[in-house]
Design a protein around this ligand. Structure first.
Ligand SMILES: Cc1cc2nc3c(=O)[nH]c(=O)nc-3n(C[C@H](O)[C@H](O)[C@H](O)COP(=O)(O)OP(=O)(O)OC[C@H]3O[C@@H](n4cnc5c(N)ncnc54)[C@H](O)[C@@H]3O)c2cc1C
Ligand SMILES: NC(=O)c1ccc[n+]([C@@H]2O[C@H](COP(=O)([O-])OP(=O)(O)OC[C@H]3O[C@@H](n4cnc5c(N)ncnc54)[C@H](OP(=O)(O)O)[C@@H]3O)[C@@H](O)[C@H]2O)c1
Length: 741
């Protein structure tokens, strides 16, 4: 008989199964085979790209493209198949794998009896331009850097051979070499471009199957972006120098020829890329985020003019990743159109606001997820990311975020919420709606798996508002502990550094005893708070609980978050991706049969434009109807739920569990007990050494959410403890939740 689950099990349905040996039935075998094929295809794709500068690979791809060039898709189709086909095939298989795995993907592995290092959680570099870098990331960086040097070396040899074969006169050799090198750098840039868009495809199947959250993947996009732009800049520079030496700089820059590479679109594309590059450098991005963000929208110019520059068949080398990004971007656009009900908005002390959004029960997230938020009263263009602070186990119909005032947008939000609450107080109208907040929400994104549950021993290190995801994690753990689920962390140490004690009430928002009475019998939860910029406790503890004001919406208004997101429903999002890709093939075929071939269109730039046009059109024409049907399905499901009642229950449940009244925020017995330290930062050497002695030879998961300096300190200590590790000491696994994109 099927096992029944409680209403609070939307995410971790089968957690109890982890104790049993994994069931090896047909789906498990199919998934296993799918995973192997996916990895083989992915490796094939990477090898094809990375081996391209070698003469052997050039011959191989020439044969491969030759074998398929008789088709209606021509040379472009063949190159697309070889360079972009494998990654699209990986996505197709990934969709199948995620669908087959279904809820089983959420089963978590039993913690290993024998602690061991993992490449993904072993910090190798902790300072420097890359920030904290794990061993796996370090290998990735090395692969790309080695490829760059190897490609430059390989292409230089080829250039020298070509020059001697063509018997170039010695006075022109330098210029020809410059032009050939420029051309080769262009090719290397295209190979990097094939990867560049993959990490920023937010709802991507690829990120889900390897469980890399979007905010972490953004780092890889940044690194790849630097590399790509460095190489493309050399590409442009070499040509400019060569043309300058020949005295035909302007003439060449303005050239837009039909047959062959058109220079002017290339110059425009490069200029757009350079603007994006300069404004994305860390000092600009940190100080002028909006300047960076708006300039980055030039990626559309960059891509379109690149296609005009190189034409369709060269562009198709990098087209796979770009196409997947376009598919995801259109879905994001559709999801983010909807305005979402704000169930409640609360001003907390320490400049923090809590917003609670309505969500359909079938939109799943986990404690490590985050969402992008737009508030139309503040800005129509800005979307800000925030971690969820609620656990999915605390209610199926809401999701909450904690927002700290940091800059203009967050300050305006707090102002709006506080104005609303004062207006409500003056009018004495209970349940006035959050009418000053017209919100749209995009997501959830983030980790596919709630990996915090794989560690029996956890250290959560937070700096300031970095406590937000840990409130969700703690709530998760407490709910599971209450339900007696196995595989839940048994030892949890929370280290929280805050500047001032007025941030303390955030911790009290988690009503531990109401979630899990007598939790201390099953869970060893220790909390140490370091108030770094106050040397003594405040005289009146109650003083920092002032300024709490809350406004609640009536539960019947508006709509919940939309499930139209890559992570929202794998079947629908899979059908959407597949139909867009198949639609692209159909459009390209129709174009070739009815337009390009009969009219003998040969202009490279024009064919490049048609290629990009087909990419966009296929997403709208073929993917669009799928999204529409998905939307109808979503509405039907929502109508079937008694949403108003469910929402009402959730509001009540939420208020009860988070305890947001002024009175309740004063720490009492039921709040988490904590050790307080004033005027000092946490000393991680001491803390980790003490943990080592107490916990012994086990795996310890460290999850960090805080400023970069805190990340480096913790990663450095984690690395040092691991390197000095004795046989009876733990292995520390470093995991970071970054609030910096
Ligand atoms: C994955 C993730 C999760 C986050 N979770 C939380 C959270 O739970 N609670 C919380 O208070 N803050 C969180 N942040 C930080 C939050 O997004 C920023 O504090 C907020 O966007 C600042 O906006 P502002 O205009 O008020 O400040 P500004 O002064 O404009 O910006 C301050 C800094 O915030 C960053 N930032 C600004 N706008 C954006 C944006 N649109 N997208 C990404 N970063 C931006 C920039 O690094 C900037 O330097 C998170 C960030 C990320 C990337
Ligand atoms: N992109 C940005 O420009 C930007 C700016 C601010 C925040 N953020 C993001 O927002 C998050 C939280 O911000 P916040 O303003 O709430 O944090 P915060 O108020 O700055 O608090 C951070 C706390 O961590 C402590 N800390 C910093 N480095 C440490 C170290 N090496 N060792 C021990 N303690 C350390 C600080 O101590 P001290 O008081 O001694 O410094 C402070 O108490 C961060 O994760 C950050 O990524 C981003």
């Amino acid at each position: 008989m099927a096992k029944k689950h409680s209403a609070h099990e939307p995410l971790l349905l089968n957690l109890t199964d982890v104790e049993k040996p994994p069931r090896v039935g047909p789906p498990a075998i199919v998934n296993w085979v799918l995973n192997i094929v996916m990895w083989l295809l992915f490796i094939f794709w990477v090898v094809i790209i990375f081996a391209s500068p070698s003469e052997f690979a050039e011959k191989f791809t020439r044969n491969l493209t030759g074998a398929t060039s008789g088709s209606i898709f021509g040379l472009t189709g063949s190159i697309f198949l070889v360079y972009s086909g494998p990654i699209l095939a990986v996505v197709f298989l990934g969709i199948a794998s995620l669908i087959i795995a279904g809820e089983k993907k959420l089963q978590l592995k039993k913690p290993s009896k024998y602690p061991r290092f993992r490449l993904r959680t072993f910090p190798i570099l902790v300072d420097g331009p890359f920030g904290v870098v794990s061993a796996a990331e370090f290998i990735g960086i090395c692969v790309f850097v080695v490829f760059l040097f190897w490609a430059v070396y390989g292409y230089t040899l080829q250039n020298l051979n070509l020059i001697s074969e063509l018997q170039v006169p010695s006075e022109s050799k330098g210029i020809v070499m410059l032009e050939l090198s420029g051309l080769r750098f262009g090719s290397i840039g295209l190979y990097f471009l094939a990867f560049l868009f993959l990490p920023i495809t937010r709802g991507s199947v690829l990120l889900s199957i390897i469980d890399i959250p979007f905010e972490q993947a953004t780092r890889y996009h940044v690194w790849l972006g630097h590399l790509t732009m460095f190489v493309f800049t050399l590409h442009g520079l070499f040509y400019l120098i060569a043309w300058g030496l020949q005295g035909r700089l302007l003439q060449e820059i303005l050239e837009w020829k039909d047959f062959g590479v058109a220079n002017l679109p290339g110059v425009i594309s490069l200029l757009a890329g350079l603007l994006m590059w300069v404004t994305s450098l860390s000092p600009v991005r940190k100080k002028q985020f909006e300047l960076f963000f708006y300039t980055h929208q030039l990626y559309i110019v960059f891509v379109i003019f690149l296609a005009l520059h190189v034409g369709d068949f060269v562009f198709s080398i990098a087209a796979g990743g770009i196409f997947l990004f376009v598919i995801d971007r259109f879905l994001r656009f559709c999801q983010s159109r909807r305005t979402v009900d704000v169930i409640s908005a609360t001003c907390l002390p320490g400049g923090t606001v809590e917003l609670v959004f309505s969500k359909p029960s079938n939109l799943q997230y986990n404690a490590l997820s985050f969402v992008f938020l737009q508030i139309r009263e503040l800005s129509w263009l800005q979307w800000h990311p925030f971690s969820v602070s609620s656990s999915p186990l605390a209610g199926k119909n809401h999701v909450s975020v904690l927002i700290k005032v940091l800059g203009e947008w967050t300050a305006k939000l707090r102002g709006n919420v506080s104005d609303m609450s004062s207006a409500e107080g003056e009018k004495e109208l209970p349940n006035q709606s959050c009418s000053n907040i017209t919100a749209s929400v995009e997501g959830p994104y983030g980790h596919e798996l709630p990996y915090h549950l794989t560690y029996e021993n956890l250290i959560l290190v937070a700096g300031g508002i970095g406590i937000s995801p840990f409130l969700a994690i703690l709530s998760d753990i407490l709910h599971l502990t209450k339900e007696g689920k196995p595989c839940v962390p048994k030892n949890v140490l929370v280290i929280w550094a805050i500047k001032k004690s007025d941030e303390l009430p955030l911790l009290s928002t988690l009503n531990v005893e109401s979630i899990c009475p007598n939790f201390s019998e099953k869970l060893n939860l220790e909390v140490s708070v370091y108030v770094t910029r106050e040397s003594v406790p405040p005289l009146e503890e109650g003083k920092f609980y002032e300024g709490i004001s809350s406004v609640m919406s009536p539960p019947s208004k508006g709509s919940p978050m939309s499930v139209l997101v890559g992570t929202g429903n794998r079947v629908w999002s899979g059908v959407y991706v597949i139909s867009s890709v198949v639609g692209f093939a159909i459009l390209m075929a129709l174009l070739d049969i009815f337009y390009i071939n009969p009219l003998n269109i040969v202009s490279w730039w024009y064919k490049g434009l048609l290629f990009v046009g087909c990419m966009f059109a296929s997403v709208i024409i073929f993917g669009g109807p799928v999204i529409y049907l998905w939307h109808l399905w979503e509405k039907r499901i929502q109508n079937m739920e008694e949403s108003a009642d469910a929402r009402k229950d959730d509001v009540l449940q939420h208020s009860a569990s988070v305890n947001l009244t002024q009175d309740n925020l004063v720490p009492k017995d039921h709040a988490i007990s904590r050790r307080m330290y004033y005027g000092a930062r946490p000393n991680f050497k001491e803390i980790f050494t003490s943990v080592s002695e107490r916990w012994g030879n086990v795996d310890v998961g460290i999850i960090l959410c805080g400023p970069e300096t805190l990340q480096s300190s913790v990663a450095r200590e984690c690395r040092s403890q691991n390197l000095r590790r004795g046989s009876l000491r733990p292995v520390f696994h470093f995991n970071s939740h970054s609030f910096d994109l």
